[in-house]
Design a protein around this ligand. Structure first.
Ligand SMILES: Nc1nc(O)c(N)c(N[C@@H]2O[C@H](COP(=O)(O)O)[C@@H](O)[C@H]2O)n1
Ligand SMILES: [Zn+2]
Length: 362
C-alpha cells in the first residue's frame, strides 16, 4: 500500500486513527476516555476546567468545552500543541498494541486527516492543509516499526477461516527481514484476565496437509483446533518453520536417512543441522496483537514452554496433546521422548490401527 490513506470519522474504515475513536489511555496516572479528551484538556491550567473536559461524556463534548473556555487557554499553547498531540498519539498506540500493528500494516502510504474543518491538523479538505495529525501518525508508525514486539513480525490482514469444527479468524503476519509468512488462528473471545487456550504449531506439510503418518503433526493440529472450539475460545499459532526449521527438502533428506535406519535426531545431525532449529521469540509479536499474556499451552514440547516463558508469557497450565500414535511413527515418538525430552509416555502396546487413530476422538 504505497498511496494515500484518508481518515476522518471514527466510524469509518480507518477510524481508529481518529482522536475521537474510543480508545481509553492513561497519561501521568490519569485515565482519558479518548485522545481528544486529553488533548483538549491540555490547553488549560485551571484544574476545574481540566476536570470538566476529562469528565466529558463524549469527545465531541470535550471539544465543545474547550471552545467554551477559550478565553482561559494557556498563553503558550501554540508553542506546545504539536508536542502535546505527538505525546497523546504515540501513547494511544503504545497502550493499544493491536492498533499499533494496524498502523504499521498501512505500510509506507501517506496518511491524511481529510478534514474540511481543519487546515492545521488536517488537509483542509482540498489537500492544501498542513496535515500535522497525519504527519504525527506517520512519525509514530516509523518509530513503532523499529521497536519490539513490532519489528519481529508485521501484521498484514485478517480474514475468516471456516473449518469443519468452527470458523476461526485468520491473521496474517510477515517477517520484515526474510519475508517469511506466519499465521495466527483465533476463535471466540476471551477476557483480559483469563488464560487463553493456545497451541503453537510448526508447519509440517507432510503431516498437516498430506495425511502423513510418519509423525503426529496432522493429528495434533486437528485435535488442537477441536479443543479450541470445544473450549469456546483459543488461539493456534501456525509457524512456517517446516522440518523443525531445516525446510521441506531437507526434511525429505532426513526422512531418506531415517528410511535407512537413522532416528530423527541422527538424521538431522548427519545432514549438518542441530536436532531442532526452530525459534519462537517472534511469537511475541502475534501475542501482542491478540492481547495475550497468559496461556494454557497445548504441547508436549519443553522447548516451547521455555521459549514462551522467556518472552514473558505466563503459562498457567500445560495441556497434554498426545494424538495419532501409530505403527509408522512409534519409533519417531519414542525418539522425541528419549532424545528431545518430549513430555509423554509412548505406549508400549501395539500401536493403534489406522481406523482407530483417524476417527474423531473429540
Ligand atoms: N527435521 C525433521 N525430522 C523429522 O524426522 C521430522 N518428523 C520433522 N518434523 C517437523 O517437526 C515439527 C513438529 O515437531 P513437534 O511436534 O513440534 O515436535 C514440524 O516442523 C515438522 O515438519 N522434522
Ligand atoms: Zn510432522
Amino acid at each position: 500500500m504505497d498511496n494515500e490513506l484518508w481518515f476522518y470519522e471514527p466510524e469509518d474504515r480507518d477510524g481508529y486513527l481518529s482522536n475521537f475513536a474510543s480508545y481509553p489511555l492513561y497519561i501521568d496516572g490519569s485515565k482519558w476516555q479518548t485522545s481528544e479528551h486529553y488533548y483538549q484538556a491540555q490547553k488549560f491550567t485551571d484544574p476545574q476546567v481540566i476536570s470538566l473536559i476529562q469528565q466529558a461524556p463524549t469527545p465531541d463534548e470535550a471539544f465543545r468545552l474547550s471552545r467554551q473556555y477559550q478565553e482561559q487557554m494557556r498563553p503558550d499553547w501554540d508553542s506546545i500543541k504539536r508536542q502535546t498531540m505527538s505525546t497523546v498519539v504515540s501513547e494511544k498506540f503504545r497502550q493499544h498494541p493491536h492498533l499499533a500493528h494496524k498502523l504499521i500494516a498501512t505500510g509506507s502510504c501517506t496518511i491524511k486527516e481529510h478534514s474540511h474543518q481543519d487546515a492545521y491538523w488536517g488537509d483542509g479538505g482540498d489537500g492544501t492543509g498542513e496535515n500535522n495529525l497525519g504527519k504525527i501518525l506517520m512519525e509514530v508508525r516509523s518509530s513503532l516499526k523499529k521497536q519490539l514486539p513490532y519489528k519481529l513480525l508485521h501484521y498484514v490482514e485478517t480474514a475468516k477461516l471456516p473449518t469443519p469444527w468452527g470458523t476461526f479468524a485468520m491473521h496474517g503476519f510477515v517477517e520484515p527481514e526474510s519475508g517469511k509468512e506466519h499465521l495466527a488462528l483465533s476463535y471466540g473471545q476471551w477476557r483480559k484476565d483469563e488464560p487463553v487456550l493456545m497451541r503453537i504449531h510448526s508447519e509440517c506439510l507432510t503431516g498437516d496437509a498430506l495425511f502423513s503418518m510418519r509423525c503426529d503433526c496432522g493429528f495434533q493440529l486437528q485435535k488442537a483446533l477441536q479443543n479450541i472450539v470445544k473450549n469456546g475460545s483459543g488461539v493456534l499459532l501456525y509457524l512456517r518453520q517446516e522440518g523443525r526449521g531445516i525446510g521441506l527438502l531437507n526434511k525429505i533428506r532426513a526422512y531418506h536417512l531415517q528410511d535407512q535406519g537413522a532416528d530423527t535426531v541422527e538424521a538431522n545431525e548427519r545432514l549438518g543441522f542441530a536436532a531442532d532449529l526452530r525459534k519462537y521469540h517472534f511469537c511475541e509479536s502475534m501475542l501482542s496483537f491478540l492481547g495475550i499474556n497468559e496461556v494454557k499451552l497445548m504441547t508436549n514440547n519443553p522447548r516451547k514452554v521455555k521459549a514462551l516463558k522467556k518472552i514473558g508469557i505466563n503459562i498457567v497450565e500445560r495441556v497434554k496433546l498426545q494424538e495419532g500414535h501409530n505403527r509408522h511413527n512409534h519409533f519417531y515418538l519414542s525418539t522425541k521422548a528419549d532424545k528431545l525430552g518430549h513430555m509423554f509416555e509412548v505406549p508400549q502396546n501395539t500401536p493403534m490401527s489406522v481406523e482407530a487413530i483417524t476417527k474423531d476422538s473429540g
